[in-house]
Structure formats: C-alpha cells, structure tokens
Design a protein around this ligand. Structure first.
Ligand code: F6P
Length: 363
C-alpha cells in the first residue's frame, strides 16, 4: 500500500564515489514525477542536516547530472553522534531530529558506505524514518552484493594496471601498485585479476614477503623479468595478522594495527627490491579511483537502486537499506547492516580464480 508521503530529504555522506549523482537523480525524479513529492537535498552529508543547509531538488537541477562524478550535494565524513564542533566531537542527533521535523519530512534517504549505514541506524533508533543506499568504491557494505561506485573504481584501477604493464616490462622492473579499498581487498583483487597482476595482496590474506620474493624470482628465472604487484592499502604482513580484518566498519582511517592505510606499500616495494635484486617502483592510485564519470554499470545500478528506493519509500518502507541480492533489488534491515563489513570470503571464486591462474597471493 502506498502512503501519501509529501516530503523527503536526501543526503550523501562519507567519501564520495562515482554514481552518487545518478542515484540522487533516480530517487529525486521518481519521487517528484511518480509520486508528486517535495525533495530536499541536504548539503555535505549529516552536517547539512544539522546546520539545516539544503537545496530544493527539482526536475531542472536533477537534469544533466547523470555523467557527473562526485555529488551535487557535497559530502562529509561527519557523523551525527560525533560531529566535530569547535575542536571536540559532540552528539548532534537531537538537532538533526528537530530539522527533520522542521521540514516535515516523511522520510530521509541517506547514501553512503559502512559508516553512513551505522550513523543512519543511530538516527532510526532516535525515531527518524530513514532508508539508505549503499555506495562505496570499497564494495564493503554488508547486506548487498555490490555498492554504487565499485565498478567505476575497478575499471579505473584495471586501466591503470594495464598501463603499468608496458613500462614494467620495458624496464624489467617490479611495479607495486596500491589500490584503495580500506580494510577489504575487493578493489585490489578485482583489478589485479582483470589486469593480470602477478601478485595480489589483500587485507584478508596476510602476506609473507619471502613467499612473494620467491614467486618473483621464479618468474625472473623463467624469463619474465618484470612483475606487477597489486596491493590493497589495507594489506598487512603475516607478523601483523593477529587480528582478522583490521580497522572498523564505520570508516576508521587505520588498518586496525596502529598503522595508517597504505603504510605497507612502500615497504613492500623496498623489500622486494632487496630480496630479488630487481629494481622496483611504487604507484599509488589514490583518489583518482574515486573521481570522474561513473561507468555504464554504475549508472544502471545507481538508477535502478535510486528509483527502487523512491518506490520503497512511497510504500512506507523505513529503517532499511535498499541493496542488491542475487540480482534483485530488495530492502534489508539496517540493524543487520550497521557495524558490519563485507570482506572478501577466503573461499570466494575470485580468490580461487587467482590461484588457478598462478597469481601469488602471498600466503
Ligand atoms: O571509503 C572510500 C575510500 O576511498 C577508501 O578506499 C579510502 O581508504 C578512504 O575512502 C580515503 O578517505 P579520504 O578521502 O577521506 O582520504
């Protein structure tokens, strides 16, 4: 049964990712054109909801944004219950509840990664009607097969590794290429597989540097004097593997072992040079993986999720994330998503495919 909802809000929180504008467009156009709703977009994630900074979304400003990267609303990593205010972190959820009511919102749509899902769930427990969508280039949001932005980042990282191959080959070098991915290896594993990396290092499989060096030496002896090592920013050596999957699911910056993300890449490049005698170079792909126009896959995914989200909101769904499950778009209870992280299962077919094709995973 569809409710007679009048007003909805929308915000984008956490790190941006390609496809956010597509999802905003999908939610907004469906809400306005199919259900006659008023749609308010809050600026800069939860901070805009707290400061009541917003724009009215309409058919005009929702047009022409399909191919644009980033988010037209702006984003921030500020969390409702730990909002940086005058040098300290304060719980501002009550003010957000007030602004939700001031706008007479019937629902708020929050687009974000793991941290945003957890923040949204906190607001749900304060009584707000919220529906979320999963977006992150890390692909680590629980409760969905895939997140908006992952495919674009995968494409960018794959193209970059493809390009690194020719220069590594020409100079008989080891090129270590660091991908993002926070404390999960989806991006490094996917791009490494797609681009034919010789070694792939992900947080889920702690590595032994000597094992990797040996694999590179074997390649060298077999006549292949170059090697590509795709390393996830969260990768860690065996001796730091005491905790399975470091960091936290709500966007913490470290790898959970007192190190910042990416701390190991430089070291791996240096160690491999010493252990193999081959010259090595490090390329950090960084934020280029998050920038620019979304891939066709992400455009279709974000449109599907965004339009479905507006329909679920109209149907009265709340307290849920709209995710993809076996190709179908369905709501999942936010309680089952908040605080969880989808790591790469060790029996995942991408891992067995890598092993079957002789990729060294460092274990
Ligand atoms: O969560 C997305 C992500 O790009 C991670 O892959 C990366 O660790 C992090 O954000 C970088 O965050 P920031 O843009 O705040 O430096």
């Amino acid at each position: 049964m569809q409710l007679s909802l009048r007003n909805i809000g929308i915000l984008t929180a956490g790190g941006d990712s390609p496809g956010l504008n597509v999802a905003i467009r999908g939610v907004g156009k469906t809400a306005i054109q199919q259900f006659g709703m008023r749609v308010v977009g809050f600026r800069d994630g939860f901070r805009g909801l707290m400061e009541n900074r917003f724009i009215e979304l309409n058919n005009d400003n929702l047009s022409g944004i399909l191919t644009l990267g980033g988010t037209m609303l702006g984003a921030s990593r500020d969390k409702p219950h730990r909002m940086p205010i005058a040098g300290r972190k304060a719980d501002m959820t009550d003010i957000m509840v007030e602004n939700f009511e001031k706008h007479r919102l019937d629902a708020l749509v929050c687009l974000g990664g793991g941290g945003t899902q957890a923040s949204a769930y906190k607001l749900v427990r304060k009584g707000l009607r919220i529906v979320t969508l999963p977006k992150t280039i890390d692909n680590d949001v629980a409760g969905t097969d895939v997140s908006i932005g992952f495919n674009t980042a995968l494409t960018i990282a794959t193209e970059a590794i493809d390009r690194l191959h020719s220069t590594a080959h020409s100079h008989h070098r080891i090129i270590v290429v660091e991908t993002m991915g926070h404390n999960t290896g989806w991006l490094a594993l996917g791009a490494g597989l797609a681009a034919g990396a010789d070694v792939i290092l992900i947080p889920e499989i702690p590595y032994d540097i000597e094992t990797i060096a040996e694999a590179i030496r074997r390649r060298s002896l077999g006549g292949r004097g170059f090697s590509i090592v795709a390393i996830s920013e969260g990768a860690r050596p065996l001796e730091h593997a005491s905790t399975a999957g470091g960091g936290n699911a709500s966007g913490g910056k470290g790898n959970g072992h007192g190190e910042s993300l990416g701390a190991r890449s430089q070291q791996v490049a240096r160690q491999l040079e010493e252990l193999t005698g081959l010259e090595s170079r490090l390329t950090i792909l960084g934020h280029v993986q998050r920038g620019g126009t979304p891939s066709p896959f992400d455009r279709v995914l974000a449109t599907h999720l965004g339009t479905s989200c507006a329909r679920y909101v109209a149907d009265g769904v709340t307290g849920s994330m709209i995710g993809v499950h076996g190709g179908k778009v369905t709501p999942v209870d936010l309680a089952d998503v908040a605080g969880e992280r989808k790591t790469v299962p060790l029996d995942h077919h991408w891992i067995s495919a890598a092993r079957d094709t002789g990729v060294e995973l460092g274990d």
